[in-house]
Ligand binder design. Structure first.
Ligand code: ZN
Length: 656
C-alpha cells in the first residue's frame, strides 16, 4: 500500500492539529482498500481553554454521517475527554445511552454525533488515533487459522483483540485488556474480523504505521499466493431477465428498487466460480457491511427458478432463529445478487446506494477469493452478524432515513433531454428520486446533468438500433424501465401545403411521429415489467388548434396523439397508462430559436412580447411548468387516468 503523505501539503498546517487530523483522515479515506463509504474512524486529542478560561482536553472524533475521504474540520465532534474516560469505567452501558451521554459531553451542540467508537479512541493514550477496516488484514483474519496468521504477522508489535460488537462492548473489552499494558510497546491493534487501529502523538507516524502494517498483510497475501481473480468477459446480457428480477424484488419488498449490473472482469470471474453458491453463503467481509449488503447475496442459478423465494425463506429462518423476540424483521429481499456468467447485481432505491453496494461487493469478492486460497473464507458466525444487522444504533440510522420520495427507486427515459421541456422533465424526475436515461442527438447530453442518477446517451431517435441500445443500457444501469417521456421533436420553418417540400415533410413525420412509435414499441416489453408504468407524450396545442403554415408539425403531433389513444387502449390491460400533454407557447425550448419565434409572431401580426403571453391568463408557460405536469401524470395524481389530453397553454380561446 502506497504511503501518500506529502510534506508540501502539510507545511502550512504543521501547528494546526485538527487540520493535520483532516489531512491524514482523507488520505486513508481515499484508499478504498482501507475503508469504504463511511467506514473507519479517526480522532485527535487537543487541549483547549473553555469560556471560563479553564483548560480542557477534547477528543475530536469522526462524526457520524461523515466519510473519511471527504471529511472536513466540522465533521469532527468535540467531546470532553474526562467524561469519556469516566464512561469507560462503567460496568455496562447500553449503546443508546452511550450515544446520549456522548452527545451531552460535547462542547459544541451543533456538531455531528460522535462515532460509536469515541470511548475507545479516548482510552488510547496517544494524540492521534486511526482506525480502518483494511481489506488485507480482515481477509487474513477471516480464514480458519486467521488468528494464528495474524499472530505470526503482528504478534510482537500489535495488540490482537478477539471479535466483539463495536460500541461500548468493544471499548470496555479493550479497556480491560490494556489496564496493565505498557502502550509504548505496541504500534496498534488488530481487531479480528473487523479492522486495525494505529496511534501516535505524531499524525504522520500514526498514518505511517497504518500504511506499514496494512502493507504487511498485503505482502503476506502475495507471498502465500492468495491472489486476486483473473478477469473474465461477460456473456451478452439478458436484459429482460434482469428487468424481471428487479420487478420481483420490488414486488416482494413492497416498494420500487433499481438494479445495477456489474460486468467487471472480476465480477464475471467470481460469478463463474464452481463454488460460488457455497462461498457466497458464508457472510460479509466486515460485519458493518451487513447493513448495506445483508448477510448473503441472492444466487441466480437457473432461469425462471424460485431462487428468490428460497432466499426470502432462508432470511426468514435466519431471523426467527436469531431474534431475541422483540425485533421486527427487515424487508427480506436481497441487496445484491450473483448471476453466473453475467456478473453481479446491486439493488437499491437510488443510483448512489446501488454504487455503495457494488463497491462493497467488489471488495468482498476479492477478499473471499483470496481467503479461499488461505484455507477457506470464514466469516463471523450468524449470531454475531445478526446482532450487527439488528443493532439498535443501525436500526435507528435506517429509521432516520425518512420518508422516500414519490419516484424513489423508479426508472424513466426521456427523449430530447438536452434542453427545454426534456431537460426540465429529467430534473423534475431526479428531484423526486427517479433515475433517468436522458437521450438527445446532441453529444453534450453525456455531461449535461453530472449526476449518478442520470445516464446521458447520445441517440438519434430515428435510428432503431440506437434506440434499442439505449434501452438495453438503461436496463443494465438501472435494472428496468417504468416511465417514458416522448418529447424529442423538431419544428420546421413555416411552409404552406402548396410550397411544402417532400424532405421537410418526411423528416418532420419521421422524427416527431415514426421514431416515437418505434421507441414505444421497443420499450413495451420492459414497461410490462415496470412499476406503475406510465407513458407521457408531449403533444402540442396544434393538435386541437392547428395554425396555417405548420402542416407537417401539426399532422405529426396529431398522429402522435392518436398513437397515444390507441396505446392507452392496448396497454391499459397491463396497467400501463398513456397520457398526452398539449403545451403551447413554451419558448425556453430548443425548437424556439429567435428566428422561429420572430417568424411566428410576425405571422400573427404580434410583437414577440405580445406573442409570448398571448393567452387567457396572460401568463408565460415555461419548460418547468410542463415538466411538473409530466411528473404528475407519471405519478399517483394521474394513477387512474389514461388516454387523457391535458393542455398547458395559459388558456387558449380556440380550445376552451
Ligand atoms: Zn470499525
Amino acid at each position: 500500500m502506497k504511503n501518500n503523505w506529502n510534506e508540501a501539503e502539510v507545511t502550512s498546517i504543521k501547528d494546526d492539529l485538527l487540520a493535520l487530523r483532516v489531512y491524514t483522515s482523507q488520505l486513508q479515506g481515499k484508499e478504498e482498500d482501507l475503508v469504504l463509504h463511511g467506514g473507519g474512524n479517526t480522532s485527535v486529542k487537543i487541549l483547549e481553554k473553555n469560556v471560563f478560561g479553564e483548560e480542557e482536553e477534547i477528543l475530536y472524533v469522526k462524526g457520524s454521517g461523515w466519510d473519511l475521504a471527504t471529511i472536513k474540520k466540522e465533521g469532527f465532534a468535540p467531546v470532553k475527554m474526562d467524561r469519556l474516560l469516566k464512561m469507560a469505567e462503567l460496568p455496562e452501558l447500553s449503546d443508546m445511552d452511550m450515544v446520549k451521554y456522548q452527545r451531552t459531553a460535547m462542547t459544541d451542540p451543533g456538531a455531528p454525533n460522535p462515532s460509536v467508537e469515541a470511548i475507545l479512541h479516548a482510552i488510547i493514550p496517544f494524540r492521534f488515533v486511526d482506525h480502518t477496516h483494511a481489506d488485507a488484514v480482515v481477509t487474513i483474519s477471516n480464514t480458519p487459522d486467521g488468528e494464528e496468521r495474524i499472530q505470526e504477522i503482528y504478534g510482537k508489535h500489535m495488540l490482537i483483540v478477539p471479535y466483539v460488537m463495536p460500541g461500548f462492548i468493544l471499548a470496555k473489552k479493550i479497556y480491560d485488556m490494556t489496564k496493565d499494558l505498557d502502550w509504548s510497546t505496541i504500534e496498534g491493534m488488530i481487531l479480528l474480523n473487523h479492522g486495525i487501529f494505529t496511534f501516535h502523538n505524531d499524525a504522520k507516524i500514526s498514518y505511517d504505521n497504518m500504511i506499514k502494517n496494512v502493507s504487511l498483510a498485503e505482502e503476506y497475501l502475495q507471498s502465500h499466493k492468495a491472489l486476486p481473480l483473473t478477469p473474465e468477459s461477460a456473456k451478452e446480457t439478458d436484459t429482460l431477465r434482469l428487468a424481471q428480477i428487479r420487478k420481483s424484488i420490488s414486488d416482494l419488498g413492497g416498494k420500487a428498487v433499481m438494479a445495477k449490473l456489474n460486468r467487471s472482469g472480476q465480477a464475471i470471474a467470481y460469478s463463474n466460480l464452481k463454488k460460488v453458491a457455497e462461498i457466497s453463503d458464508r457472510g460479509p467481509l466486515t460485519p458493518d457491511h451487513i447493513i448495506r449488503t445483508k448477510r448473503t447475496p441472492l444466487l441466480l442459478q437457473t432461469p425462471g427458478s424460485t431462487d428468490l423465494d428460497a432466499y426470502v425463506a432462508a432470511y426468514g429462518k435466519y431471523f426467527s432463529e436469531n431474534t431475541p423476540g422483540e425485533l421486527t424483521q427487515l424487508v427480506p429481499t436481497p441487496q445484491w445478487a450473483v448471476w453466473p456468467g453475467h456478473g453481479t447485481i446491486s439493488f437499491g432505491n437510488s443510483a448512489k446506494n446501488m454504487q455503495i453496494i457494488e463497491d462493497i461487493s467488489n471488495h468482498t469478492m476479492k477478499a473471499i477469493y483470496q481467503a479461499e486460497q488461505l484455507g477457506g473464507w470464514t466469516a463471523l458466525p450468524e449470531k454475531d452478524l445478526f446482532e450487527m444487522e439488528y443493532w439498535s444504533l443501525e436500526q435507528a440510522k435506517l429509521k432516520k432515513a425518512g420518508k422516500s420520495k414519490e419516484m424513489q427507486g423508479k426508472v424513466a427515459l426521456v427523449t430530447g433531454a438536452a434542453s427545454g421541456i426534456g431537460k426540465a422533465c429529467v430534473d423534475a424526475l431526479v428531484a423526486e428520486g427517479a433515475a433517468v436515461t436522458a437521450l438527445d442527438i446532441n453529444p453534450q447530453i453525456s455531461e449535461t446533468f453530472g449526476s449518478d442518477s442520470v445516464l446521458g446517451l447520445k441517440c438519434d431517435v430515428t435510428n432503431s438500433d440506437q434506440l434499442e441500445e439505449a434501452i438495453k443500457e438503461t436496463i443494465i444501469r438501472f435494472g428496468g424501465l417504468d416511465m417514458i417521456v416522448l418529447n424529442a421533436g423538431i419544428f420546421p420553418k413555416s411552409m404552406t401545403i402548396k410550397d411544402m417540400d417532400a424532405s421537410t415533410w418526411s423528416k418532420c413525420i419521421d422524427i416527431n411521429l415514426t421514431s416515437q412509435q418505434r421507441l414505444m414499441q421497443l420499450a413495451i416489453p420492459y414497461l410490462e415489467l415496470g412499476i406503475d408504468p406510465s407513458i407521457v407524450i408531449i403533444g402540442s396545442k396544434n393538435v386541437p388548434a392547428p395554425g396555417p403554415g405548420a402542416s407537417a408539425y401539426s399532422v405529426a403531433k396529431a398522429g402522435l396523439t392518436q398513437l397515444a389513444r390507441v396505446a392507452a387502449m392496448e396497454l391499459g390491460g397491463k396497467g400501463i397508462r398513456v397520457n398526452v400533454i398539449h403545451p403551447n407557447a413554451v419558448y425556453d425550448t430548443a425548437i424556439w430559436t429567435d428566428e422561429v419565434l420572430q417568424a411566428r409572431a410576425k405571422h400573427y401580426g404580434l410583437t414577440v412580447e405580445e406573442y409570448t403571453t398571448n393567452n387567457v391568463l396572460k401568463k408565460e408557460v415555461t419548460s418547468k411548468d410542463v415538466a411538473q405536469l409530466a411528473l404528475s401524470m407519471l405519478g399517483s395524481v394521474f394513477g387512474k387516468t389514461t388516454g387523457a389530453q391535458v393542455p398547458i397553454d395559459g388558456g387558449n380561446e380556440r380550445i376552451i
